[in-house]
Design a protein around this ligand. Sequence first.
Ligand code: ARG
Length: 660
Amino acid sequence: MNFLSELRGRLRNALTDLVPADVIADVGPYAEMLKPTQDPKFGDFQANCAMSLGKALKRPPRDVATDIAARLKVDDLCDPPEIAGPGFINLKLRTERLVTEAAALISDDRLGVAPIAAPRTFIVDYSSPNVAKPMHVGHLRSTVIGQALDRVLRFLGHRVFSDNHVGDWGTQFGMIIYGYKHFRDDAAYQTAPVAELARLYRLVNQLSDYHEAVKTATALDAAARMAEAALLEAHRQAAANPKDKDAPKAVKKQEAAVAEAKAAIHSAKKKRETIDSDAALRALAEAHPQIAELARQETAKLHAGDAENLALWKTFIPQCLAALESMYDRFGVKFDLTLGESFYNPMLAGIVADLKAKDLAKKSDGATCVFVEGNAAPFIVQKADGAFTYATTDLATIRYRIETLKADAALYVVDARQGEHFQLLFATAKAMGYGQLECRHVSFGTILGDDRRPFKTRAGDTVGLESLLDEAIARARAIVDENDDGKKDGPELDAATRADVAEIVGIGGVIYADLHHNRDSDYIFSWDKMLAKTGDTATYIQYAYARVRGIFARNGIDADALRNTGGAILLNTSAERQMALQLLRFSEALNDVVVDYRPNLLTQYLYDTANSFATFYEQCPILKEPDPAVRTSRLLLCDLTARVLKTGLNLLGIRVAEKM
Ligand code: ARG
């Protein structure tokens, strides 16, 4: 049972009974004010709605609280409610009730999480990298947050289509095709095709950037000189009008403009130097002065169905997808659908025609755009040269998700920087008549390095996901070795087991470190924090799991047999009561995750559970306990803890080890 939602339901009934509908039409939000308490001295749950209701009803809040308590039918669940302070209603669950509810968990595979009464069909659009480039650390967040939401929604009983909306049709293919035609290293392509395609992509990009930097050098210099002049002028104004409050702001603004102009010059200079300092690259650049334009033409030919380019694309795609697959295997990610951008290509003209027919799209500077009320930026659905866009594809995707997949909701697990795109997309889809699909941008912040700038390697390159996981496993291995070598009865794990555990701890650490942050925030990547044995880490929770399994293994106790003995749960100490209550909150935690699609509410729950276990384990002897009934009850609590931790971590995409 989900105590929180049950008690909120009961409170809502009491409030409906008490508050006249003409004063407050919907008491729901007041019922939601019932929350778990932080401190057990206030009971297990507390409702503070009497304070705001007191204002609305013009009555003293304490009287209102007393009236609510009198109408609150919770005898079967709680001790009599207590009114505290100005009108808090404190509720303490009856311990007998905890005992029966906890006992019911023992034989319940779902650990008290009832399947949702009204399942919906969700699309979880996640990971979705642009293919033909290796996955890098920027793809981590979407992959792990998306996977967690996917798994939790399914566990709750919803229908889910996980969909990897890969970018397999974008302008990068023009670059790759151009590179393949002109710069291919056949031997390298035979042995490692995806690495070779990635090299070609980088090379074409570098050469295009070089020409762009050369071409714009004078303009960049001029822009910087103008910014400097404007800064001088701003200083002069500020000196002449010392009382003008806006003058210092203008100076600041111009300083930023100068810094930006200088940064642009610096970055262009670096792009030129990379090529100029390398004779071979320099020769390539000179031989391919029109490379950017020619690569664009290759993309256009591909999109127009050119036989040669289409054939190349068809050989590249399966190789790229296979490379992604091996990455997903390491994360345990499986997609129901991988409908890339190319899948929607045949539907794009229809989308634009439909927008025109509905009078939603207008020509602007040759491009076809949708202007959405309240948004300055247009949503471009067809460029002046006829090319369709990311926007057009996403509109076609929405139509497909409604008409073919019969979805009720779509979650887009994508970087916060695409916020404007999704705002425009959802508004346009609604205007087109696709409002029945509930669309959510589940956005997330950036992973930062120690310097608080986007996480890069020392050389300044993006961090490849493959090498990140390798390093995580290597670091975890050192910790596993040290831990095992330090055991007082000597090492327990053979080399193969150590390798397994290192993989579970390393990858689990990376996933957890990402998920335990509020997804909206940026966070600083730290190996030390990630793999710490104590604190809010996967390792800490995995250790709690392994500790329970160790007790069972070392003492030859079979968990299945124990569950079938019919032993009772006894909650005679506060640590045992707290442990049981925490385990019974699993369903509450999972339901909280999907309110606003926040996996950190599950990491928090698991961390709290591991902490409750640490207290319980410290305060309650298990095998040394003389009373066999108490001993059995404690073993049952241990076993339930292990099951909740394992299931919960698994819903986050994290595995556990039996021994660590
Ligand atoms: N491929 C895109 C990128 O790498 C993300 C796609 C997200 N999903 C979507 N339906 N737009 O930025």
